[in-house]
Design a binder for this molecule. Structure first.
Ligand code: GAP
Length: 488
């Protein structure tokens, strides 16, 4: 990892140059907090999502007890809608509580998150903290609900108001009974979902880190109350291992357990998996994923109505007539526990991560600069993305050394063969050095080059991105060699 202080600027520039990430609607000046993923970015995200889905759903073996788990368990997937019945967000508490506090400057007309005033900059020059200029006039902090509102149907009146979901989680809670009664799963089991979420962040910033439209990967794990603490510990530790398996190692990744005062009112335990993104001051970490022990809060909310804390208990919030302020569905979301012969509302453990933040952390971890000798042996600076082969957008690039002597035909044939299995790239333009450099910047782990010797002995060179070492491999062994190196 490069030590230079402007690493983040270089990563943003690389993401644009190589087609990972573009500003949304850029030709119209862009729109804050929205990002488009280009040809390489979309592959990177797809690989992260595939890795997560395999880890959580398709790779899960429900017949054995995973290492460290209290018991065997079931796991299924779900895709729920972005727009849901508005009562979902009233009962869940989002309508009342999903807000940020903001501060306006009446002079500059700029808006800041109240908790970020100290680290923000006033638009006036010279740049200072908001409120630091004599002319600045900051308002008191005010509430701002960060759910995007829209309308369903032709009438634009309050009865037609709905929200873009700010998290995928609620789709899994309201489908708990559907899944339980149709999939032959038994508690303990998890429901996993990947999908878009939307938050009207007051100050989207730090590239894609705080976006207004982003993708989440969330899993709601329904378990008996008695074993919920053990399940919380299991998922917390397992999720850290997953990030390590994708290449986030070193002192930049850590797990931070929240103190009792930091937790949400419903949480019985929360830990954040955090990464030291280069845009943060030294020693600071940003959230990648949160793992929460949510107790029975969510299912009870959707049964009874919006809950509030009363001492040690969560109770239904009532209006002056004694009615639930925001009614739940009234449906029975309990399960029958064979062990105790009782009906129980399960507790929930939730690992909730972001695809964009994972992609950003992986790009930051992978970014490196080194010097390698050119064709004449002179050291040349290079930028290289040392992405884990499992998540690299392109797995291998195939080149003919020269555009003649039958080399392009052999290379194209090899490209077509490998393409059946992996995302492979073909390039015959420019010097071989430049072609290697382009792939290094794209994070492509291997380059395969057809040269004069290929036509004599049916071997090619296989170049390793990280070491730049080249070995000769028989064409007949190429696929199996690559499969071993790519672990796929
Ligand atoms: N259901 C719980 C939940 O949504 P969260 O901590 O608010 O919890 C989970 O969000 C994850 O979603 C975060 O750890 C982060 O990776 C991602 N995320 C949240 N807000 C985001 C934003 N504005 N931009 C990008 N990712 C975000």
């Amino acid at each position: 990892m490069s030590n230079e202080s402007n690493t983040m600027e270089k990563i943003v520039a690389l993401c644009k140059r190589r087609g990972f990430i573009f500003q949304s609607s850029e030709i119209y000046g862009g729109i804050g907090g929205f990002w488009d993923y280009g040809p390489l970015g979309v592959e990177l995200k797809r690989n992260i999502k595939d890795a997560w889905w395999r880890e959580m759903v398709t790779g899960h073996d429900d017949t054995s007890v995973p290492l460290g788990a209290p018991s065997a368990f079931d796991m299924v997937g779900l895709e729920s809608t972005i727009i849901m019945h508005p009562q979902v967000w009233k009962a869940s508490g989002h309508l009342d509580l999903f807000y940020d506090l903001f501060v306006d400057c009446k002079t500059c007309k700029a808006r800041f998150r109240a908790d970020q005033v100290e680290s923000s900059e006033c638009p006036r020059r010279p740049s200072k903290r908001p409120g630091a200029h004599d002319e600045c006039e900051l308002t008191e902090p005010r509430e701002f609900n960060t759910m995007f509102k829209t309308y369903v149907g032709a009438l634009l009146d309050p009865t037609a108001e709905v929200y873009l979901r700010p998290e995928t989680a609620q789709g899994m809670f309201v489908n708990f009974k559907n899944v339980l009664s149709t999939s032959r799963v038994k508690v303990p089991f998890g429901i996993a979902q990947i999908g878009k979420s939307f938050r009207n962040e007051i100050t989207p910033r730090n590239f894609t880190f705080r976006s207004r439209e982003f993708e989440q990967m969330e899993m709601e794990f329904f378990c008996p109350p008695e074993s919920s603490e053990a399940w919380y510990a299991y998922w917390r530790d397992r999720r850290v291992e997953w990030y390590v398996s994708l290449g986030l190692k070193s002192e930049k990744l850590h797990l931070r357990e929240h103190g009792p005062n930091e937790r949400a009112h419903y949480s019985c335990g929360t830990a954040d998996i955090e990464y030291a993104y280069p845009f943060l001051p030294k020693g600071q970490f940003g959230e990648l994923e949160g793992i929460s022990h949510r107790g029975d809060f969510d299912l009870r909310s959707h049964i009874e109505g919006k809950l509030i804390r009363n001492g040690d208990e969560l109770v239904v919030e009532r209006d002056e007539d004694g009615q639930a302020r925001h009614a739940g569905s009234g449906k029975d979301l309990s399960y029958f526990d064979d062990a105790t012969g009782r009906k129980v509302v399960p507790h929930v453990i939730e690992p909730a991560g972001g695809i964009g933040r994972t992609a950003l952390a992986l790009l930051c971890e992978a970014y490196d600069e080194d010097a390698i000798p050119d064709e004449k042996g002179v050291p040349q600076e290079r930028i290289v993305l040392r992405l884990h082969p499992r998540i690299a957008p392109v797995k291998a690039a195939v080149f003919p050394l020269v555009k003649k002597d039958g080399q392009p035909e052999v290379a194209a044939r090899m490209y077509r063969d490998l393409k059946k299995r992996w995302n492979v790239f073909y390039d015959e333009k420019g010097s071989i050095g430049k072609r290697y450099r382009r792939q290094d910047e794209s994070g492509t782990p291997f380059c395969i080059t057809v040269d004069h010797q290929t036509l004599e002995d049916e071997t090619v060179t296989l170049r390793d991105r990280d070491t730049t070492r080249q070995t000769r491999v028989r064409i007949a062994d190429l696929e199996s060699t690559l499969a071993e190196k790519l672990q796929s």
